[in-house]
Design a protein around this ligand. Sequence first.
Ligand SMILES: *Cc1c(COP(=O)(O)O)cnc(C)c1O
Length: 394
Amino acid sequence: MKVEFYGHVRQYRNIQREIDANLQQVLLSGNYVQGPMLKQFEGEFAAYSGTRYAVGVANGTDAIWLALMALGIGPGDEVITHPNTFFATAEAIWIAGATAVFVDCCPKTKCICPDKIAAAITARTKAIVPVHLYGQCADMVAIKKIADQHGLKVIEDNAQAIGAHGKGFKIGELSDAATTSFIIQKNLGTFGDGGALVTNNADIDARVRKLRNHGSNARNVHSYGFNSRLDDLHAGVLSAKLKHIDAWNDLRRQWAARYTAGLKSCRTFDLPVELPGYRHVYHLYVIETKKPEWRDALLKYLNDNGVDAKTHYSIAIHQQAGYPWGKGARIVGPVPNAEANAACCISLPMFPELTTEEVDYTIAKVREWDATKAAEAPATQGPAQCGPLCACCR
Ligand SMILES: *Cc1c(COP(=O)(O)O)cnc(C)c1O
């Protein structure tokens, strides 16, 4: 049996008529850039997010650095994030001209550990960029508290968690802006690239609207800016898909629950942790082998048996030779949890259109491999603890 990692075409077939109708509407309107469909989608996305504003941009990376720029953050400034995320989180800080400062993640959620932030704050620190990694919110209550104590801005990198919420908070509620990516593989994805940011701050909304459009909001009048727009064709796809996102996330949660039930007796790896009161939307279902040398062996076993498992992300950003060190970044280490995450992570196939047969086959193959190594498994009960502040270790 073959189990794919993504279900893009299945998803398109399921709602083809809705998507095609929106595409045709845009095509026949003659308005393809900053037209009525973009405006419509921005309205729908703000309403969905429960924020006052939503601004479409070209991709999720641009959304982060345009938000930083709108907040006046750039050269000489430091921005705190964690190194076990997609490269773009730090890349965006670098593009803005600021310095990325990496602190460790929590061993259970893999999101930034609030316990580690204070030690990284200097006179240059301007912002924190927590990532809602794999589909679960970082502890925004703790992060906001630290930010307020030190007068820092917060930009949520929400590329992976549209539709998630934390215990008592929504995404975009406790920050200056929340950014997202609509690249096809994200929970809400278009057929190509796209991104957006949501905010309750009219100033950020107005600044990003100008920055994305050559610094212009009136014909022939320009200030410093760029070209980073969300095309109306993509907005049409996203408008059609937004109506389904909650149901799709529910399906992801259902498959995650099935994986967890089928794998919880295994001894050679840890399962993802959903914090009480949080809604995890399982952009990725990531297990962590208890020994680094087991990761590639299990991954190979799955791949050899037709299961397209992958890793997210097997090289942490501070381990990337290609990251601009020096002014581009510094690390407040050690970061053992982030490094263990990079060394031991495996993402099992996860998309709404999976079938019971595919999930059960994947579970069976993982269990087969686990049985061969279970006798060597350490007796430790899951990942280590952070400290008293951290939500998942409290
Ligand atoms: C996908 C992703 C991005 C970047 O999005 P693009 O649209 O590819 O630019 C940024 N941060 C995280 C955590 C992501 O997963």
